[in-house]
Design a binder for this molecule. Sequence first.
Ligand code: AMP
Ligand code: MG
Length: 405
Amino acid sequence: MLTYKEAVALILRTVAPLSGEDVSLGQALGRVLSEPVTARWDLPPADNSAMDGYAFPFAGQEAGCELRVAGFVPAGASHETLLAPGEAIKIMTGAPLPPGCDTVVPIEDVKASGATIRLEATPKAGQHVRRRGEELRAGETVLPAGTSLHSGEMGILAAAGAQRVRTVRTPRVALLSTGDELVELGQTPGPGQIVNSNYHLLAARLTEEGCMVIPLGIARDERGDLGARIARGLEADVLITTGGVSVGDRDHVQETLLAQGFELGFWKVAIKPGKPVLFGRCGSTLIFGLPGNPAASAATFELFARPALRRLAGHGDPLQPRLAVTLTTAVSGGEKRQRFLWGTLVERDGRYLFTPSGRQGSGQNRSIQGSQALLPVPGGSAEISAGSEVEVLLLRLPPGAALPA
Ligand code: AMP
Ligand code: MG
């Protein structure tokens, strides 16, 4: 049986980023550039003032020097005539410098009376001027391929004129729940029935990850229905199934996949929860067969599907960040398989405290609710005492702290 590490390594060897597509900048948030973006023009487009003040050609002016104000140039306008010696022009932040001007004195540093200003401080040649192209030159690379597009990237791309950008395609992920006992939310469960809750957790996680969700409903535990729905799932980039991958009499997912050309990557990983997890591909479609138990399907999604989805979407960091934390309660040892414990993070004096969820049962939706991290506990480890320093896999940011002192 593979270890968690071996299984993830196998997945990452198998998966490559999807193809690129052009999208408008407004659609690009959360995606990854598949091609570099170059600047369409110089930025700033012209030498301009960094302050509201007065511009003039520097000629050794000092504090006490008087200049005649020869005009006014706000942002969005320009002043094309040369200044005579002893003249300055009133200029607003972002306005282009008139020809010959190279120095700006802020409004706060002059005394104005009528059409004359007196310098209160000795200026430095070239001060408070933003040079043409100092941020970007036309044709220069703004952002390289592989850049993840967050809000901070949007400003510079827009400023550089990148109306459309080539990005890695969003993964299309088909979600199929399996189990005769399942009903959809909205139906009242009859005897022995439960709501298909895995769908709702996984669809939400996929949306958080920027994936497009294709719902395939609930397959009955028989090969005909299962096979028909799996066939539809093979049109997606990724098919995620839940349930039916263990050794039960009604666990038909793997054999149904095999009848449709499934190439096995692995079945079963030495972890708890989630041991029966199945991975492989049918043609170009990646397949994740997650166990049905809610906490097991959620954990195996984080551990195996999420790195693959990140890689498909072109992100350079497919794995969760690891965070050093202090354990608040003891964690029992003596388990053969590597465990992953759901838990919460709280910030205390600049450190994070990790508290394992009270309910780790793989059958419980409760284990996951409110969790921000998973604690890997190596197989065969002894008890880990409260106060120990451990590393967790960060799933999402913990709640914010109080106001700083
Ligand atoms: P299985 O992996 O199919 O043997 O299912 C294991 C357990 O998970 C059973 O108790 C199922 O009822 C439960 N289960 C399976 N699929 C789902 C689902 N989509 N939502 C909630 N529970 C499920
Ligand atoms: Mg089942």
